[in-house]
Design a protein around this ligand. Structure first.
Ligand SMILES: Cc1cc2nc3c(=O)[nH]c(=O)nc-3n(C[C@H](O)[C@H](O)[C@H](O)COP(=O)(O)O)c2cc1C
Length: 170
């Protein structure tokens, strides 16, 4: 079986995205990396942030996992800033850490979005699909999840369970 890691990209460590991530991690046996606890600077053309946590995290992800599951809250109709900055920094792997970047090829990407209702806008997944294509990675799919008053509705639990069974742990 593939080894998978969830990259949690919320602006709070114990919010709704984390509620979903905890449920998924327990169900699917996935590891979790919370970007909120990491020091990852914006992409910089002069690579001024090269000594922050990004390269160490990517090195560990590439070494230990076949599947990367991005877990993002919906902020202003798109992915969170934490996840966007993480994607921007993948440019470091294309420009200066090329050997590391090449090792992304053939790995898998999936995406989980979270908000407070079943209201995801069309096209939300496009940057994830296109980034996977560009990087030569396989896109396994995505689901939208929602949390109501800190609880995961049964409907959402079923969506998550199906996704784990049919797309992630195959
Ligand atoms: C900055 C910000 C922007 C948001 N924008 C949207 C949005 O565009 N659409 C939506 O449905 N919910 C939006 N929300 C609500 C969040 O998606 C929702 O509360 C989510 O469950 C929060 O997850 P979190 O606790 O991990 O941050 C926004 C919340 C914040 C803080």
């Amino acid at each position: 079986m593939n080894k998978s890691v969830i990259i949690q990209g919320s602006a709070r460590p114990k919010g709704d995205t984390n509620t979903i991530v905890n449920y998924m991690a327990l169900k699917g046996g996935f590891d979790v990396i919370d970007l909120y606890s990491k020091n990852i600077g914006h992409y910089d053309y002069e690579y001024k942030n090269t000594n922050d946590d990004f390269i160490e995290i990517m090195t560990s992800i590439i070494k230990n996992y076949d599947t990367i599951i991005f877990a993002t809250p919906v902020y202003w109709y798109t992915m969170s800033g934490h996840i966007k900055v993480f994607f921007d920094r993948i440019s470091d792997l294309i420009r200066i850490h090329k050997a590391l970047g090449r090792k992304l090829r053939g790995k898998n990407i999936a995406m989980i979005s979270t908000s407070n209702s079943n209201d995801l806008v069309r096209g939300f997944n496009m940057p994830f699909v296109e980034s996977a294509n560009y990087l030569g990675m396989n896109y396994l799919g995505d689901i939208h999840t929602w949390v109501e008053n800190n609880y995961i509705p049964n409907e959402v639990k079923n969506i998550i369970n199906d996704f784990i069974e049919n797309k992630l742990n195959t």
